[in-house]
Design a protein around this ligand. Structure first.
Ligand code: AMP
Ligand code: ZN
Length: 472
């Protein structure tokens, strides 16, 4: 498989440290609020990557942290602790907030067919691991104490800006946001490993440490949790592109300083989901969540389909119009699969040659830097292929091990819903097409489709309960 590596800025052949095995780490959510659908774009694409690696035969171990302490509103160690902000907002304790939003995150993931990683580790459960690594960094001279906090000294590294050549301006994250700069830092790029005398006197969660009572910085969490479960050499580390700097840059700095050798070989970053007005936000504009999409009548898997239609290395614009287009396409796919179910003959068997040929197109797409949009094209080609329904259904099911669009189950549901009426899949497909035409206000096409349905012996009617189909 070829994959783009942010570390080298190149598409490279993916070669894991140990043949046949992949260690994969994912930055988990900061559980102070619901995930927005932008966050979930990242988790959907990471899920596809994980499933594809399994599909092509790798034994994958995937680890994810849950950030329940230490992530400040500015990534530059300034601003409020996000968890504390969430607790204040809802008049609850930090741990109550963490539990509630961790559960909510995994509920969203379930609705989007995102597999739960093999290991999910909340940061608050690994304080001893953080202290061990920070102590070692202190001993090795990579960390220093200033104003009561422990900082990583970036000037000790030969190369700190591993992903890009950031300049001093880029680093003034806090300053740009109008938040006071931390004057304890020896170098602008230095970052906090352990907070003690922070300005957060009301910090709820604090632990004893060799440097006083305090709590860990955000970056150290991911390094330690990854090393704890995946060892000293990591194959792939994933996250949204905003995490490349400073979060992942700092993870590399401290992990490699601690280990004394290279830590992670491949960095997989997903570009952002934006709205027409710009960056997606939990506080400004409409807070786009999976539940909101459901309230508006969208199946969460339509959102997954929408994400898979684009390449993960392109930013994606969310609008309801774009989502409606994805819905129309998704409904058509399920209707066509329902048609295959109704066409299927028990006497047919899988045509192995045809199966392998179409599967090769699917793997070629995903081998090419996880090109999901071409993988979707390969899925469309299954419907068009000159193969029996059994082979086509087997291919759809096989591809869905990676895509997880639930096409077969949606198609079975659709077929069952109409089974009382015994409506053939061909009619269902035309009905779906007519629905789309009506939605697009193309009434001439809708009428034409109604006539075709009628010629085939069925009547389609719009009722208060929705579209009804019956035999003439
Ligand atoms: P957080 O909960 O803020 O720690 O973010 C969780 C994940 O979502 C991280 O991998 C972020 O990089 C990613 N992320 C944040 N905003 C977006 C966005 N608009 N589109 C895609 N991914 C995002
Ligand atoms: Zn992380």
């Amino acid at each position: 498989m070829q994959i783009y590596n942010t570390l080298t800025h190149k598409i490279e052949e993916f070669v894991p440290n140990e043949p046949g095995k992949v260690s994969m780490y994912t930055c988990g959510p900061t559980v102070y609020h619901y995930a927005h659908i932008g966050n979930l774009r990242s988790y959907i694409m990471e899920d596809v990557l994980e499933k594809y690696l399994r599909y092509i035969g790798y034994d994958v171990k995937r680890v994810m942290n849950i950030t329940d302490v230490g992530h400040l509103t500015s990534d530059g160690d300034t601003g409020d602790d996000k968890m504390l902000k969430g607790a204040k907002r809802e008049h609850k304790t930090v741990m109550e907030i963490a539990k509630f939003y961790t559960d909510a995150f995994f509920e969203d993931c379930k609705k989007l067919n995102i597999k739960t990683p093999d290991v999910v580790e909340p940061a608050t459960g690994c304080i001893d691991d953080f202290i061990k690594v920070i102590s070692s960094l202190m001993e090795k001279g990579y960390a220093y104490e200033a104003g009561g906090n422990i900082y990583f000294d970036t000037s000790k590294l030969d190369e700190y800006y591993v992903f890009h050549n950031f300049n001093e301006e880029d680093l003034a994250v806090g300053v740009r946001e109008g938040v006071e700069e931390d004057t304890n830092k020896r170098n602008k790029a230095d970052f906090v490993l352990w907070f003690t005398k922070s300005k957060f006197d009301d910090q709820e969660l604090k632990w004893d440490s060799p440097w006083g009572v305090g709590y860990p910085g955000w970056h150290i969490e991911c390094s330690c949790i990854s090393m704890k479960h995946l060892g000293e050499r990591l194959d792939i580390h994933c996250g949204g592109i905003d995490n490349a700097f400073p979060h992942h840059t700092n993870e590399i700095a401290q992990s490699e300083a601690y280990l004394g050798h290279k830590w992670c070989n491949y960095w997989f970053h997903i570009l952002h989901l934006n709205t027409n007005s710009g960056k997606m936000s939990k506080s400004k504009g409409e807070f786009l969540t999976v539940s909101l999409l459901e309230q508006k009548g969208y199946d969460p898997l339509v959102y997954r389909f929408f994400c898979l239609q684009s390449h993960y290395r392109k930013s994606l614009v969310f609008s309801y119009e774009n989502l409606d287009n994805a819905k129309t396409a998704y409904d058509k796919l399920t209707a066509r699969a329902a048609q295959l179910i109704s066409e299927k003959k028990d006497t047919d068997s899988v045509d192995n040659e045809g199966f392998e040929k179409l599967k090769a197109a699917f793997t070629a797409a995903l081998d090419d830097d996880l090109n999901t949009s071409n993988a979707i094209t390969a899925l469309y080609d299954v419907f068009k292929a000159d193969l029996n329904a059994v082979t086509k259904l087997a291919l759809i099911e096989d591809f869905d091990r990676v895509l997880s669009l639930g096409i077969i189950s949606a198609a079975q549901k659709l077929a069952a819903e109409n089974s009382g009426e015994d409506v053939p899949g061909e009619i269902l497909a035309l009905v779906e097409e007519r629905k789309a035409a009506r939605k697009a206000k193309d009434f001439a096409k809708a009428d034409e489709l109604r006539d075709r349905i009628s010629e085939l012996g069925y009547i389609v009617e719009e009722t208060r309960q929705g579209t009804k189909i019956r035999k003439k």
